[in-house]
Write a protein that binds this ligand. Structure first.
Ligand code: MRU
Length: 358
């Protein structure tokens, strides 16, 4: 299945074709555009773990197809054996990265679908899994478009918008989450400026956001992370919009490391700070941001840059990949069902009730 998110030269984030998952290797962008076939569950796990496919919604879709990759060799199995093996593979894929709740969400949805399917054979269950992964994929494209519609009015002509990390087309299979309002406004001919934080240490802002927005013809300027408050002080930034890997029930938001600093600076300068995500990123099972598991990655990502060591040998390094922005700093959460505002605990619960009733 090939779903093209928007009119740009970007290859799709991922594709399911001939019972094989194809992933665009995001670690090689923007210099090289390489699509790799992943033909084992271990290869899908590694691709998620090593950020070749990354961004919460894209991780979810990749994991759903990852289960199909895992179960393809099990088509001859009995229903019972197939379901038992499926659970093992789901637990394995779930261990690839801890923070983005879309990973667990997609795997649980796939498991529930297989358990509820009437198929009596492994082949029948495999077909049901492929169909469900395809639906998760299609829905992701649609959810991004709806986030774009709801967030579009936030983008005013002539204004400056700051974003952090990559919550763009590359982080989803649609037009992104934080970028969806930007693509919608640009598509309508609106003129505005986007500032992309480079996003140390893995530079998703420089390598991915700046790249995809430039490819799509938006007015985008790359800055280092430490420049954002100075640009705010100069009056160049009127709005911040970022993505998220998990929103707790009280509205606390986990996103790429550095987001918290941006939110604090935005509060200081009275700049609205919005978060965009599909409802699959809202985790009512996690009460507060402090309960969210934050991924700690290897020291080399900080101590080395572009393949060269930049810190003394033996240096102690911390490398949390995400931080938590308290809900008090969040102006609103843009979802496919509309913009949620404080009080978050009550309004997020109401959003879920509305979704369940729909
Ligand atoms: O480590 P990454 O690149 O997967 O981190 C991605 C982010 O922090 C994104 O902002 C988040 O996943 C939202 S993607 C729509």
């Amino acid at each position: 299945m090939a779903l093209q998110p928007h009119k740009s030269n970007l290859p799709p984030t991922l594709e399911w074709r001939d019972d094989t998952l194809y992933l665009l290797d995001q670690t090689r962008l923007p210099l090289e555009s390489v699509v790799e076939a992943t033909d084992s569950v271990e290869a899908v796990w590694r691709a998620i773990h090593e950020l070749r496919v990354r961004g919460a919604p894209a991780i979810g879709v990749a994991a759903a197809y990852g289960l199909c990759v895992a179960m393809r060799p099990e088509r001859e199995a009995s229903r019972e054996a197939f379901l038992a093996r499926l659970e093992q593979h789901a637990a394995y894929l779930d261990s690839a990265r801890p923070t983005a709740v879309n990973l667990r969400w997609a795997l649980e949805r796939m498991l529930a679908h297989a358990r509820g399917a009437s198929a009596t054979t492994g082949a029948g269950l495999y077909a049901a899994l492929v169909a469900e992964a395809g639906r998760i994929h299609h829905e992701d494209v649609e959810l991004c478009a709806k986030i774009g519609e709801h967030g579009r009015p936030l983008i005013e002509p002539g204004k400056g918008v700051l974003t952090h990390c990559n919550a763009g087309a590359l982080a989803t299979t649609g037009i992104g989450t934080a970028t969806a309002p930007l693509y919608c406004a640009h598509g309508e001919g609106a003129s505005f400026r986007v500032y992309a934080d480079e996003t140390r240490p893995l530079l998703q802002g420089a390598r991915l956001t700046a790249y995809e927005l430039q490819q799509a013809g938006l007015d985008v300027t790359l800055i280092t992370d430490s420049m954002a408050p100075a640009l705010m002080a100069q009056g160049l930034i009127d709005l911040v919009i970022v993505g998220t890997d998990r929103v707790a029930a009280n509205g606390d938001v986990a996103n790429k490391i550095g987001t918290l600093g941006v939110a604090i600076a935005a509060k200081h300068f009275g700049i609205p700070f919005y978060v965009a995500c599909p409802s699959s990123t809202l985790d009512l099972r996690t009460a507060r941001g402090a309960d969210i598991v934050i991924e700690e990655r290897g020291a080399d990502e900080v101590a080395r840059l572009a393949g060269r060591r930049i810190a003394p040998e033996g240096m102690k390094v911390r490398n949390p990949a995400f931080d938590v922005t308290p809900h008090a700093l969040v102006t609103g959460i843009v979802t496919e069902l509309g913009i949620v505002r404080a009080p978050y605990e009550a309004n997020l619960a109401a959003l879920f009730a509305k979704r369940a009733a729909a």
